[in-house]
Design a protein around this ligand. Structure first.
Ligand code: C5P
Length: 346
């Protein structure tokens, strides 16, 4: 065991005993939880308090948490121009097996601004600096899950299927059918992702690329080797910035072979068709379940059988069968793997 120290800080909205008590407890509880600190391990706790908080001592709040035998001390915070008001800082000295870089310093509420280099559990600002690849067949839930994860983990989501759909849309709109014509489109196309929308040559095509004509044609476009090479280049460019979640068919195998996490989502065909039917039938009442099921199956077969980077789970991918799972269960499962990464924030 070594003697180490952990730092933390929190702000208080009102100079009242109730608020000071509440925030002190919140700060201490979070520090204890995040660092697995037991009362018996604590040597002492030092609080410093800004002079605008004079209605209660943080140490008094700590006492009510069962820290009766731990030495506690409140000290006035030195006055520094433009520094944070209504702030309680704490330093806990304790015995631990943890190494210095395993200690999680905790800055909550407005006090997060004191240490922007750290992530706080409160803010949910994970900034893990990792890339996540999610692959799988159509309707396995990839994009739904990836979008939620991206929000939760504050990462950028890139839907690579949308890129192949965009090329397909341009080809259909311009009645281009030969391989060479489609390659020329892929070379020139300008695809941008912004605020949950996809823009192609400046036009918002978010809805258009989900059309059934695109569903039926996209796999034929995506199997053209030269088109894939062009898409691969821009996908890898996008993935260069860390904190990217990318979904598709070949992300774990080809686009991000060194992704920190790779997941392959599957589900049985009928379940996938049901999910797609639920989405599509809201827009197109004439759509038949069997038609959707056949379209998905045909697309899967083409995606799996193509020569160039087919739909395939990477050898090191974590395979999740989502057939009987809710979205929340899938997210929880993925989070349980990602949490192991050891970030301050988790
Ligand atoms: O994911 P989504 O269903 O929108 O993908 C549409 C199609 O784009 C897939 O069926 C596949 O043919 C192609 N695709 C691909 N490689 C990717 C992503 C999508 O070949 N990485």
């Amino acid at each position: 065991m070594k003697v180490r120290a952990v730092r933390g800080a929190i702000t208080v909205d009102k100079n009242t005993q109730k608020e000071i008590d509440k925030q002190t407890k919140k700060l201490l509880t979070t520090i204890f939880e995040q660092n697995n600190i037991e009362v018996d391990d604590i040597c002492f706790i030092l609080f410093t308090v800004t002079e605008d908080l004079y209605r209660a001592f943080p140490a008094a709040a700590a006492r009510t948490m069962g820290l009766n035998n731990v030495p506690l001390l409140d000290v006035a915070q030195m006055k520094v121009e433009n520094s944070l008001n209504m702030c309680i800082r704490a330093m806990i000295v304790f015995n631990t097996e943890k190494s210095l870089n395993e200690i999680k310093h905790i800055y909550l509420d407005k006090a997060t601004s004191l240490r922007p280099d750290l992530n706080s559990a409160e803010r949910g600002a994970y900034n893990l600096n990792i890339n996540i690849a999610i692959d799988g067949p159509a309707g396995a839930g990839k994009s739904t899950v990836a979008k939620i994860l991206a929000k939760k983990l504050k990462m950028k989501y890139i839907d690579t299927g949308a890129m192949y759909r965009a090329v397909t849309l341009k080809a259909l709109e311009n009645k281009k059918e030969t391989e060479q014509e489609i390659i020329d489109i892929a070379k020139k196309i300008d695809i941008r992702f912004a605020q949950d929308k996809i823009y192609v040559d400046g036009e918002d095509v978010t809805q258009k690329i989900r059309d059934k004509n695109i569903d039926n044609k996209v796999s034929d476009v995506a199997k053209i080797e030269e088109v894939r090479k062009i898409m691969l280049k821009s996908q890898q460019q996008l993935a260069k910035a860390k904190n990217v979640i990318m979904d598709g068919r070949d992300i774990g195998t080809t686009v991000m072979p060194h992704a920190d996490f790779k997941f392959f989502l599957t589900a049985d065909l009928t379940e996938r068709a049901k999910r797609r039917y639920k989405q599509v039938s809201q827009i197109d009442k004439n759509m038949k379940f069997e038609e959707i099921k056949n379209e998905i199956q045909a697309r899967d077969t083409k995606d799996k059988k193509r020569k160039c980077s087919p739909l395939l789970a990477a050898q090191d991918a974590i395979i999740i069968d989502t057939t009987d799972k809710s979205i929340e269960q899938v997210i929880d499962e993925i989070m349980s793997h990602v949490k192991g990464v050891g970030s301050d924030a988790l």
